[in-house]
Design a protein around this ligand. Structure first.
Ligand code: 6CS
Length: 282
């Protein structure tokens, strides 16, 4: 709410009357800054179908596409993306290198403590990419932990890395892999026994690889279904709230489903839960 002081003279006696006005754009200084800047700087990972950068630099993927529409409705015409490792996204946001993370950064309590998440956008289970026939019979991260010779690749600072470590896979057997193409190649070359990303990301890699010697294990047993939200810097809650208002309108109108479902995501899944629930999940 904004206070406005009104000076009024009655019989020469000046009086200050403070009135409380409804929230105005002035309360959303960050949004005003982005509007005058003309773009919002978004962090992405370039992991289709969540996020993608074409050879000509065009940014797409379900998360940036939702964010682009919302920012346009808020009066910010463009988004400008920079590629970041998942583990660097929150530090980059906090350091002011990004205005928002729109990358499929799954909501988990420790991340919710560090950023201001929007309501849910993209939900997915986890998957393992293995050699055809799944020779080591992996169904879960625990299975990989039990096999003392097994190695798993995962994004640095990503959810799959954390799940593998929490399941008991020793640090030296969890290999940080910079991107999906590298993970695919490392499985194909037998340098890792499994590569883990969310289901839709692994399926996209396999579809493009067109390699009959690969197999997808999905969902990974024991791993939860996660949802992301747009992640804003703590302190930018007014911008997050404005984003949420437009996100709710998109969900209500059916436009949200029209954006995310062609990428394979379920609009209903995102609409069936809340940031509150996901940020307090055990
Ligand atoms: O939020 C994460 O950590 C995970 N999200 C995606 C979309 N891919 C991998 C990453 O580990």
């Amino acid at each position: 709410m904004r206070k406005l002081a009104i000076l009024s003279g009655m019989g020469g006696l000046a009086a200050v009357i403070a009135v409380t006005l409804p929230s105005t754009a002035q309360d959303n200084a960050k949004l005003e800054q982005l509007k005058s800047q003309g773009f919002a700087r978004v962090a992405i990972a370039n992991e289709p179908p969540y996020t993608a950068v074409a050879a000509d630099g065009k940014v797409s993927g379900a998360a940036p596409d939702v964010a682009r529409v919302i920012f346009q409705r808020l009066g910010v015409p463009e988004i400008v993306a920079s590629i970041s490792e998942y583990g660097a996204m929150i530090p980059g946001l906090q350091a002011g290198r990004h205005d928002v993370v729109t990358a499929g950064l799954f909501m988990k309590p420790e991340r919710c403590a560090a950023v201001a998440y929007s309501e849910p956008v993209l939900c997915d289970a986890e998957a393992l990419l293995v050699k055809k026939g799944n020779p080591k019979g992996f169904k879960s991260y625990a299975d990989i932990a039990k096999d003392t010779s097994a190695t798993i690749g995962a994004p640095g600072g990503g959810t799959e890395e954390k799940l593998a470590l929490e399941a008991g896979v020793p640090r030296e057997r969890v290999i940080v892999v910079p991107d999906g193409q590298s993970g695919l190649k490392m499985v194909q070359d037998g340098r890792i026994d499994a590569y883990s990303l969310p289901v839709l990301s692994i399926n996209d890699l396999v579809k493009k690889a067109n390699d009959p010697n690969l197999q997808v294990v999905a969902p990974v047993e024991g791993a939860p279904v996660y949802c992301d939200g747009a992640a804003f810097k703590k302190g930018d809650e007014a911008l997050r709230d404005a984003f949420n208002v437009e996100l709710a309108k998109l969900k209500e109108s059916g436009e949200f489903a029209k954006i995310v479902e062609p990428y394979g995501f379920s609009a209903a899944a995102a609409m069936s839960t809340t940031m509150e629930k996901l940020c307090t999940a055990k």
